[in-house]
Design a binder for this molecule. Structure first.
Ligand SMILES: NC(=O)c1ccc[n+]([C@@H]2O[C@H](COP(=O)([O-])OP(=O)(O)OC[C@H]3O[C@@H](n4cnc5c(N)ncnc54)[C@H](OP(=O)(O)O)[C@@H]3O)[C@@H](O)[C@H]2O)c1
Length: 358
């Protein structure tokens, strides 16, 4: 049975005179845009969106996109009020789907969760059954959210390198934004699979941490950024997982070896790609786009099984910060400033005896 109310971190119009928080509202933080504000609120369960399956969330996570949603960014949030959180892992408490029963442990990442649909920064979510992935046997709910969309995206990127025949014996593979969520997990996965990883970071104080994650060596951003207009640079990298875009992506494409592959998933350093097609024509370099939110379900399940089993790094827990809903605003500011190291996991926690919760 669905409990009568649930807590969540809600983003709403600011200032708001109409109460969207019938039971309590604790202001936590103002976003950078004065038009929105975020607070931990208690909502009646009748406010949950349409969906087949209601899930009691144990853990969620913080991704860059969540920080944009927290700010009410119109490219991410369709309408206010909104509950961010593109990731959630928890237990089914109510289901109209023949595929899921009460007590099933499940995870949801991507689709419209935390964007057009209320997301995982909440004790409860209600979602369409076809967004759900059963939790693989060898994965805990917390581990699923250490990965979250970041790990899933890193894994998709690794799979793209493999599908483009970038094997560990071809030479060094670069990971940019290496201390970020996607980047740090890409370093761990690649290293676990036997690749020689060159981690690129703007945080000199995190070199040791990246070496401990499995990087063979760590370099600064400037070392792999070439501002010249030369169409091709010295052929250096077997492949790259780029999470930042901009000049670094352009440089990587121009310095990848014949037959190599570069994956692109992010744009924190820029959305433009300004270069010639020579790397593609003369070196057969592949540029592989990664779009994790709408990854088809068959591939999605395959990747989660890999993450739970043969791809699971021994040091998965090494760069994790665990926070509560109330502590999220501070972490949002940090991810927007590029200061996060590794993954931020949100422990939602269960209430034990409160208004019908048990
Ligand atoms: N396409 C998809 O499906 C998909 C899925 C997930 C994420 N993404 C995107 O991937 C990117 C990374 O996401 P995330 O969640 O891993 O974010 P994150 O945790 O904030 O990591 C981003 C990292 O990029 C580096 N960085 C930040 N600002 C930079 C700048 N101006 N120039 C160069 N490097 C900079 C920093 O690492 P260092 O300090 O170590 O350099 C930072 O930690 C975001 O753009 C996100 O939207 C896309």
């Amino acid at each position: 049975m669905t409990p009568p109310n649930f807590r969540s971190l809600m983003v709403e119009q600011n200032p708001s005179t109409e109460s969207t928080t019938p039971q309590s509202s604790t202001p936590q933080s103002k976003s950078n845009q004065s038009t929105t504000r975020a607070s931990v609120v208690t909502l009646g369960s009748d406010r949950l969106p349409e969906g087949d399956v209601t899930i009691q969330v144990a853990y969620s996570s913080l991704n860059y996109k969540d920080a944009l949603a927290y700010q009410g960014h119109r490219g991410v949030v369709k309408k206010l009020p909104h509950i961010p959180g593109i990731d959630a892992a928890g237990t089914v408490i109510d289901s109209r789907s023949e595929h899921y029963r009460k007590g099933d442990q499940v995870l949801v990442t991507g689709y419209d969760l935390g964007q057009g649909h209320w997301g995982g920064w909440s004790e409860l979510i209600r979602v369409p059954a076809d967004w759900i992935v059963p939790l693989p046997n060898s994965l805990s709910l917390r581990e699923a959210m250490i990965y979250g969309t970041a790990g899933f995206t890193a894994a998709q990127s690794v799979m793209a390198l493999q599908r483009n025949d970038v094997s560990p014996n071809m030479g060094e593979v670069v990971v940019t934004g290496a201390t970020g969520g996607v980047g740090s997990l890409a370093v761990q996965l690649l290293s676990h699979l036997g690749y020689e990883v060159v981690a690129v970071t703007g945080k000199t104080e995190q070199h040791e941490a990246l070496l401990a994650c499995g990087a063979k060596r760590v370099v600064g951003r400037a070392e792999i950024t070439d501002d010249s207009t030369r169409p091709l640079l010295s052929a250096t990298w077997a492949g790259a997982i780029d999470t930042v875009g901009g000049p670094m992506l352009q440089t990587l494409l121009r310095s990848t070896v014949y037959g190599g592959c570069v994956t692109a998933c992010g744009l924190v350093a820029g959305a433009d790609l300004s270069m010639t097609v020579y790397p593609f024509l003369l070196r057969g370099v592949s540029l592989c786009g990664i779009a994790s939110a709408d990854c088809p379900m068959a591939r999605r399940r395959q990747i989660w099984e890999l993450l739970a089993e043969t791809w699971k790094p021994n040091n998965l827990d090494s760069l994790v910060t665990e926070v509560s809903l109330e502590q999220l605003p501070e972490q949002v500011e940090r991810i927007l400033a590029g200061q996060i190291v590794g993954r931020v996991v949100v422990k939602i926690g269960y209430r034990t005896s409160d208004n019908g919760w048990k």
